[in-house]
Ligand binder design. Structure first.
Ligand code: FE2
Length: 483
């Protein structure tokens, strides 16, 4: 049965309610289920997120907490849950000292640790590569490898010393077994790009020539190309020179995309320009005739009274972590060098896009997102999920109402799937009405998302709201075996 304990109340919203960290590592195997867990749903859903180990005594930012993984294992209709901190180098040092040694984004960085002035919490994304979970940090740092069954940290994923840093969102290609990564920094080289092989050895690495520091959050891969991002939202060079970090949107500059063959050299890069924009997350990319197509959920760029992009509004939206997104497509013509772009849908406001990972880099039709209320709403409401048809912008949506908070889902292919959407959506949900966390499973096929979850598994302890998730199918787990 579920138990409910008083929700933490803290003056800092990022440490209050279901944003507050949990203090235990648990395994739950027998949980109450409403509905029925499908027996052809097999594999692992795992989600990363911030969960401070030591109670923060600084001006805490929502991104500061130590990375913690929450994993839900599906086996023939049985479900188990476990959570574990990612034992990063920094967390181990802190545990040895018995106290926090780093502060957060809102405080000065450590000057005695040029190797890690800001704590690499590895709290942002998690992917599966060659038998191991790989946790990553959005500011770029050493990634960590973890056992997918036990969530035990194996250690830094430096790939035999070849990698000192990579950024969320580096992307595994489950067709080739490669891990395609990028790294960015405020000092040269401002961006690097590379590929790790299925043998966990560095296969390829190049520098991407940029004029200065940029702020890419994601990348896109097709079967043969990688698309790297250089948006006109950048660390302010004047502030950087003065030792400060401030993000500015240079609305008069174009967006630049580097399209490079997966194992290409710097001279193979094709640069494409597009309207000034800022994108956190890519939905997917693929090749179509002479074109490389990329779909994502960029921020809506509003225009000011002068008809130019309203830079201040976008900066504020981003700084306050408000949500104001649309579904958008860029097409890069490799023959003409031209970019064409279009809005696929700007009616719904959605983010945290995921797809059936077997279709990454291949033309696909469906993506699944968390839906928000319209506009740059300050109230952090994540009330439901959406399934988009990328061809038409049509959608099927499910909302549980304003008192439910949905996390990034994972697409779980049904055993022996017959089509792209033949599977389930799995996610963690904070149910503030009953003050509990739930694992919810939706049928993803056709329009069935609208019918609501086919199974709700009630967790005996809350799971704090978090960042990115992945689903690893049983087939993929079996392919690689033990880490
Ligand atoms: Fe992200």
């Amino acid at each position: 049965m579920t138990t409910s304990t008083a929700l933490p109340v803290h003056p800092i919203p990022a440490l209050s309610g279901n944003n507050a960290p949990v203090s235990q590592e648990d395994v739950f195997e027998e949980m109450e289920v409403i509905g029925q867990v499908p027996t052809d749903l097999n594999g692992l859903y795992v989600r990363n997120g911030p969960n401070a180990f030591y109670p923060p005594e600084w001006r805490y930012h929502a991104y500061d907490g130590d990375g913690m993984l929450h994993a839900v294992r599906f086996r023939q209709g049985l479900v188990s849950y476990r959570n574990r901190w990612i034992e990063t180098r920094a967390l181990k040092e802190e545990k040895a000292a018995g106290r926090a040694l780093w502060q957060g984004l809102k405080e000065p960085q450590r000057t005695d640790r040029p190797d890690e002035p800001l704590k690499n919490t590895s709290n942002t994304d998690v992917k599966y590569h060659a038998g191991r979970l790989i946790s990553m940090w959005y500011r770029s740092g050493l990634p960590y490898a973890l056992d997918p069954e036990t969530l035990q940290t194996i250690g830094p994923a430096d790939f035999d010393g070849a990698i000192a840093r990579l950024s969320a969102h580096s992307r595994p290609d489950e067709h080739t077994g490669e891990l395609i990564f990028f790294d960015y920094d405020v000092k040269p080289p401002y961006m690097t790009y590379g590929v790790i092989g299925p043998d966990r050895q560095l296969k390829h690495k190049i520098e991407i020539p940029l004029d200065g520091p940029s702020l890419p959050h994601d990348m896109a891969v097709t079967e043969h190309y990688t698309i790297l991002h250089d948006f006109p939202l950048k660390p302010d060079p004047e502030a950087l020179a003065a030792g400060r970090y401030k993000v500015r949107f240079f609305g008069e500059q174009m967006t630049r995309f580097a399209v490079v063959p997966r194992h290409g050299k710097p001279e193979d890069i094709r640069w494409f320009t597009a309207k000034p924009a800022y994108l956190l997350h890519v939905v997917n990319a693929w090749e179509e005739g002479d074109e490389v197509v990329m779909v994502g959920t960029p921020y809506r760029v509003h225009t000011g009274p002068d008809g130019k992009p309203d830079a201040q509004r976008l900066e504020t939206t981003i700084r306050l972590r408000q949500r104001d997104f649309m579904l958008y497509e860029w097409r890069f013509n490799l023959k003409t060098g031209e970019t064409t772009e279009r809005v696929i849908d700007d009616v719904l406001n959605t983010e945290f896009p995921v797809i059936n990972s077997a279709y990454q880099g291949r033309k696909n039709h469906f993506s699944y997102h968390v839906v928000f209320p319209p506009g740059g709403n300050e109230n952090p409401r994540f009330p439901g999920l959406v399934k988009y048809d990328l061809r038409t912008g049509g959608y099927v949506a499910f909302s549980e109402g304003p008192r439910h908070f949905y996390n990034e889902p994972g697409f779980a292919p049904r055993d022996n799937p017959q089509s792209e959407d033949d599977g389930y959506l799995v996610t963690l949900v904070w149910n503030a009405v009953d003050e509990r966390s739930e694992i919810q499973v939706f049928d993803a096929k056709g329009a069935r998302l609208a019918e609501g979850p086919v199974a709700r598994i009630l967790l005996p302890r809350r799971v704090p709201n978090g960042f990115h998730a992945t689903f690893v199918s049983q087939q993929n787990l079996d392919r690689w075996g033990q880490p």
